[in-house]
Design a protein around this ligand. Sequence first.
Ligand SMILES: [Zn+2]
Length: 251
Amino acid sequence: MIIQNWFTIINLPVCTLVPISTSKLYIGLIILLLLSSKILAGEISGVASITDGDTIKIFNNDKVKIIEKKVFKRDYKIQRIDGLPKKQVTPPPEVYARIKKDNKMIGNARSINTSYDFFKNKFILPLDKYVITGVYGSQRILNGKPRSPHYGVDFHAPEGTPVKAMMDGEVTLAEKNMYYTGGTIIFDHGHGISTLFMHMKDVNVKIGQKVKQGEIVGTLGKSGRATGPHLDIRLNWFDIKLDPASLLEIF
Ligand SMILES: [Zn+2]
């Protein structure tokens, strides 16, 4: 496929960015790449669906070829986690309303579209010392029940470890106790690109607050559905879940 009318493309590792086999996610990948160039969201046009093995070609207005990459499906790990409290795997009916409310708040925050262009810069890791305990795309089987794939990267570190914003942004959600995600922060980096931290012990920012890259925004915890202290980070382009590892030097 050919995508026209874009000018510059950043050096993201395209093949590692490609998430899951739906065309929606492929489109998300490409749009992320394109947004990461100097182009604004309104100028995007002509995106078609892509399937495994397709070659992406991107041209600028002068028909100068900028990028040509083959896109492949990735293989993902299956992770089994047993011994979770039953109520966390299959939530009891009395918390359905709370989960629905949490999801709506997260969905609203992720749908925010601003003209910030912070996302173009290089993201940093939220922790200095960590062990990666979960990767994007792996499927979890919780107490024997298959769940949807894990869309984050998990960093294990001691509870209470300060957590840093990975990029400049504006806080669009700051909640201390969501059912699944516990202490949760969402940062808007512009044009629908957001990052999310979950399971925080302390949330030290408020909605509407502007944060700088490297600023301490809270501490690592095990709140929500977590088996132990860790920071789960997410990268989204609106409702499309991308691999945070594609922006970070961790593997
Ligand atoms: Zn996780």
